[in-house]
Design a protein around this ligand. Structure first.
Ligand SMILES: [Zn+2]
Length: 164
């Protein structure tokens, strides 16, 4: 059994209940990580211009959104954070996080880059009902974490590699 396949198997077992489907999705991704990542990379190479354009477009949209929304809702920043914390279920411990980092060999779960500054990534976003515990957390680099935002892993994969 390869290391990836073993990791996938262990994760699938650990996540089997109550989120069997999520576990299966993650297991598939881990078992086929090389293939998925290779496809992502090739797609990105083939579509470099499109990606640059899409990123610029998205940045403009967000800037525009921020400029028009924030001034009209000065309360949202603070309230939003408080609500986010209140809604956040689960208790990821420091040792859980250390376990995850070693499980993923100090690499981003999405792009496989090795990094000293990996961030806590909620696979199912908190805003979509995800919990703040080990079963729902993976390490991700800042770039992937920001890019994934409030998408589920499958939505994210579908977006980053439409040919998958
Ligand atoms: Zn990454």
């Amino acid at each position: 059994m390869t290391a990836d396949a073993k990791a996938a198997y262990d994760l699938a077992r650990r996540l089997a209940d109550p989120d069997r489907k999520k576990a299966a999705n993650r297991a598939y991704y881990l078992a086929n990580k090389e293939k998925v990542l290779a496809k992502n990379r090739q797609w990105a190479l083939d579509n470099a211009d499109l990606l640059v354009a899409r990123r610029a477009e998205q940045r403009d949209r967000w800037l525009q959104y921020g400029r028009t929304y924030q001034p009209r809702h000065p309360e949202v920043g603070r309230l939003g954070t408080a609500r986010y914390r209140a809604r956040r279920q689960g208790n990821l411990t420091k040792s859980d996080w250390q376990d995850l980092l070693s499980e993923f060999d100090g690499r981003c779960a999405y792009c496989n880059v090795k990094s000293d500054s990996l961030q806590i990534e909620h696979m199912l976003p908190i805003s979509r009902g995800g919990t703040h515990n080990k079963a729902n957390v993976v390490p991700a680099c800042g770039t992937c974490n920001r890019r994934k935002g409030a998408l589920t892993p499958l939505e994210y994969l579908a977006r980053t590699s439409p040919s998958l």
